[in-house]
Design a protein around this ligand. Structure first.
Ligand code: JBE
Length: 244
């Protein structure tokens, strides 16, 4: 998978040289490139924002630098200027993702969808956001998704992109050593995960649940499922499957 990130804070993503994503980059499983939006400005001050039409506080990110930056990546990813009969534009077009509090909620299901994409381009907005015409222009040509991590406001998209890259990157085959560990996780089966324990059997007067030390695999599986349902009902009842 190739991942391109457009941001005014490229140094923000140096942390993606470590851990699993870092290893995946070194092994070539993930081809991650970070682009500085300011490299696509043409004035002395590398201006990327301006005052909003219609007034209001804050600044809006200008469309021109975004257009130049995205076009440069699209040309690099697909030198073809026009989709040929061999490539269907919608299939071949990279997916453009803009983190935004006004976006669709990012979920594990979406992470699985994105992990299937050959090319992802993340656009990190700052200030009051990006001129709407950037989304509208590229939505005509290909696929654009505004995606939200949750109902709170960050100062920009970089933290959200970091989270999405981690959630998507770990699902790419070969990135996580033991694919089994991807299965029994919160949200993989729609429920929160069961509590986990390891040695010692007793710690500060707290014992590991005896069933986990019984060696009875059926009883352990049943206990874990029950724990998932209990925890989900208590903490995230919205995730419970509808009562049939
Ligand atoms: N919540 C957010 N606030 C600002 C930018 C992006 C955001 N998000 O969730 O993707």
């Amino acid at each position: 998978m190739r991942i391109d990130i457009i941001t005014i804070f490229p140094e923000f993503f140096s942390v993606l040289d470590v851990s699993l994503v870092g290893k995946a980059r070194q092994s070539g499983l993930i081809d991650l490139r970070v682009h500085n939006l300011r490299d696509h400005t043409h004035d002395r001050h590398h201006t990327v924002d301006d005052t909003p039409y219609g007034g209001g506080a804050g600044m809006v990110m200008k469309p021109e630098p975004w257009g130049d930056a995205i076009d440069a990546i699209l040309t690099d990813v697909h030198p073809l200027t026009e989709p040929t009969e061999q490539t269907d534009a919608t299939d071949a077009a990279p997916l453009l993702i803009f983190p935004s509090p006004a976006g669709e909620l990012f979920t594990q299901a979406m992470a699985r969808e994105l992990a299937e994409e050959p090319n992802l381009i993340f656009g990190c907005g700052r200030y009051e956001g990006i001129d709407q015409r950037v989304f509208d222009h590229y939505a005509e040509a290909g696929r654009v998704r505004l995606v939200s991590l949750g109902d709170y406001v960050l100062n920009g998209g970089e933290v959200a992109v970091m989270a999405m890259i981690e959630a998507v990157g770990r699902l790419i085959p070969g990135v996580v050593g033991n694919p089994e560990s991807l299965v029994e996780e919160s949200h993989e089966d729609g429920l929160l995960e069961y509590p986990s324990y390891t040695k010692p059997a007793a710690w500060r007067g707290l014992e590991v649940p005896p069933v986990l030390r019984s060696g009875n695999h059926g009883a352990v599986a049943a206990w874990r499922r029950e724990q998932q349902l209990e925890r989900t009902a208590r903490v995230r009842p919205d995730l419970l499957p509808p009562a049939n």
